[in-house]
Design a protein. Sequence first.
Length: 352
Amino acid sequence: STGICITATTMLYLLRRSSFLKKNLKSSHQKHTTKRSIFVPSHQWIKSDNITENDPKTPVQTGMLIHGMLGSRQNWIPLARKIVNKNPQLKLLLVDLRNHGDSASTIVDGPHTIEACAKDIVTLCNHISTKDRTLNPQYICGHELGGKVALKYAHLVDQNLSPKQIWLIDTFPFAEPTVTYSGREVILNLLEVIKSIRLPISSKSTVTSEILKCGLTGKVSSWVTSNLKEVSKGNYIWNFNIKSMREMMESYLNDNPQPYLLSLPPKTHVHWLIPENSPYWDKKSTNRLKEMVLKSPNIFSHRIPNTGHWAHIDNDEGLLTLINCFLSNYVDCPPFFNPKTEGDVKTESVKT
């Protein structure tokens, strides 16, 4: 009977120990990934260095910057600081889309689409809004995938909350699911390279060398490796959910923003910013955009020279020149710039 008693005691201990381990293993896992019924994207505000809380010049305008595929809000911080220091009346909200940056630590149910990301932004704005004031960004800038998210967001909200301006950096304005163009291949090839790298890695240089083999620039390599986070000494993992990236990329490529554009109120100006060396734009695509610009009084296009797809990294000064022009209501602009003129002036390049 003693043996039975010992066995029963041991079994009771093991059951309690098992329950304890399950509880604590779950708790440990949730330190890295959590699941919430309502997902609010990770975000931060950027204000001018010259503004204090009690300053009468406290920002009265808001803008939002939305990164592209494989990016994060961290990519925007240098440019965001330049924008607000030049325009202290403006404060900028930087967002990490689902599966990206700090938002990647939250498990979010699919589908992982442009529409889902736009609804996340609506949730974020509702979350930040107060009883006395509704957050409705007057200016929204989106890079690539983030551009289509910006357009979809503007389509979802009431027209009285529609942004004053939307700036789209190398966002392809059409859905081309059956066409293989070089921009699509660049991103998809980069995804495959990233997926092939076994994690964790001990050095960022390993990723750098693999990316350079793809023919991408050192600046782009630095941007990609900025998405590596150190989880323990000498061990790095990606700061995005690579499993969801393909679905998000396919949604971007298949999404047709034309209905969103038609639904925008006339007060909303949409500016397409085309990097000179972007792989997305062939002659056919450029002509289609030009036709759209000429037919729509509130849509404009501008070329940024000496830059590729990642314009906010390759030529942030050229991009800043355009953004300052837009924020000044087209007053502080290059001599050639006239947004109300039809024709080639609307696609003139920015001199840097």
